[in-house]
Ligand binder design. Structure first.
Ligand SMILES: NC(=O)c1ccc[n+]([C@@H]2O[C@H](COP(=O)([O-])OP(=O)(O)OC[C@H]3O[C@@H](n4cnc5c(N)ncnc54)[C@H](O)[C@@H]3O)[C@@H](O)[C@H]2O)c1
Length: 353
């Protein structure tokens, strides 16, 4: 399926997409990859600088909402992996229009182009566990569960998923949807929790921890996600949904503490700040369906975190320019007031809280 395939990856200059392209080119000597990416603030073309000269790799700057460009590329590919999306929950709370455009309309444009190109034999929609909404303690979302997205980001991803299901049901398009847990690893934008905390710690800046810090996420190492996507494209069934979870559930406060221990900085850098609006308490998926195909995560929470922290510690060239650019304004808007009125770690009882 992938060895000799012509593969379109959308959003390949972002975090997971770039890791996935490196995975493909490493694993499949005869594949060809075209990367369609709009190059939004979240992208970094340097993510793929190691493969720029690889004859199997082609970059095309463009928007997945652009029907002409999408149709043109779709004529020459066998497999599509759609990573392109607006992805940050906090930004979706400030402005959701771009999320609807890319995550819903953009997905529709890709599906519609794939429908009129029978050469496309697999379309993988890279979705998220956030579409299920928050899970009560002890409960794990199954693929058959109803969706209950609670943030504008999650709602837009759910809209994209619904488009995919409609195109499978209506036209028999060979679509597979994956719903993964929170990823960590190299090349994730510093706006997201783990890179924000790691780079803040490395800069001796406070770690802004939302609410009581007891929100639970399942931390999936990006390489494990890439192997899962590779597997479902080859072995999964069209029209099916596959959850991708590593069972690495940790509270955000424990993540912050673990990061500070790894970089040998004081826990007093943690600052409790005003919570995110509608902040989902816990995500958790049942990924037994994927595991039945033969996938197992290779990274537990600590090894995933160590790999991530090591990369950011060694890659200041990658993230320091982000802090010097437009991200500064976003950071100030999101965290300036919150940090000014934040509560010190010690005031809430520290590690025993
Ligand atoms: N990061 C996670 O923890 C996580 C977990 C589960 C699922 N996902 C999904 O995985 C996918 C990739 O996530 P990520 O964290 O790598 O995202 P990211 O924000 O790091 O990268 C997104 C990429 O998409 C590109 N893009 C945005 N809009 C585009 C458009 N209209 N046309 C073309 N390209 C566009 C950006 O330029 C960027 O390179 C997303 O669909 C996301 O919903 C992410």
């Amino acid at each position: 399926m992938l060895q000799n395939a012509r593969i379109m990856v959308t959003g390949g200059c972002g975090f997971i997409g770039s890791n996935f392209i490196l995975h493909l080119l490493d694993r499949y000597q005869s594949c060809r990859v075209v990367n369609l990416d709009k190059l939004t603030y979240a992208s970094n073309p340097a993510n793929l600088r190691d493969v720029e000269g690889d004859p199997r790799y082609q970059f095309q700057q463009g928007d997945i909402c652009d029907v002409d460009i999408v149709k043109q590329l779709m004529a020459n590919v066998d497999v599509v992996f759609n990573f392109a999306a607006e992805t940050h929950v906090d930004r979706s709370l400030m402005e959701a229009g771009s999320f609807i455009l890319t995550d819903v309309l953009g997905t529709h444009v890709l599906l519609d182009a794939a429908r009129s190109h029978p050469n496309v034999r697999r379309f993988v929609q890279v979705s998220t566990d956030e579409v299920y909404g928050e899970m009560p303690p002890g409960v794990y979302a199954k693929e058959t569960d109803p969706l209950h997205p609670r943030s504008p980001y999650a709602a837009s991803k759910a809209g994209g998923d619904a488009q995919c299901i409609a195109f499978f049901e209506s036209y028999g398009l060979p679509v597979i949807i994956t719903r993964a847990a929170n990823n960590i690893g190299p090349r994730q934008h510093v706006e997201k929790l783990v890179p924000l905390f790691v780079t803040s710690a490395l800069r001796d800046q406070p770690l802004p921890l939302y609410g009581d810090g007891r929100q639970v996420r399942d931390w999936l190492y990006v390489d494990d996600h890439c192997r899962a996507l590779d597997l479902v494209a080859r072995e999964g069934q069209s029209g099916e949904i596959y959850n991708i979870g590593a069972d690495n559930h940790e509270e955000n406060i424990r993540v912050a503490e673990a990061i500070l221990r790894l970089v040998e900085k004081p826990l007093s850098l943690i600052r409790y700040v005003e919570d995110r609006k509608g902040h989902d308490r816990r995500y958790a998926v049942d990924s037994s369906k994927l595991r039945a195909l033969g996938w197992l995560p290779q990274h537990d929470f600590l090894s995933a975190l160590e790999g991530t922290v090591r990369w950011y510690s060694e890659s200041r060239w990658w993230w320091e320019p982000i802090y010097a650019g437009p991200f500064r304004d976003y950071y100030e808007r999101q965290y300036g007031q919150r940090l000014a009125s934040g509560v010190p770690y010690e005031a809430k009882g520290g590690a025993s809280a």
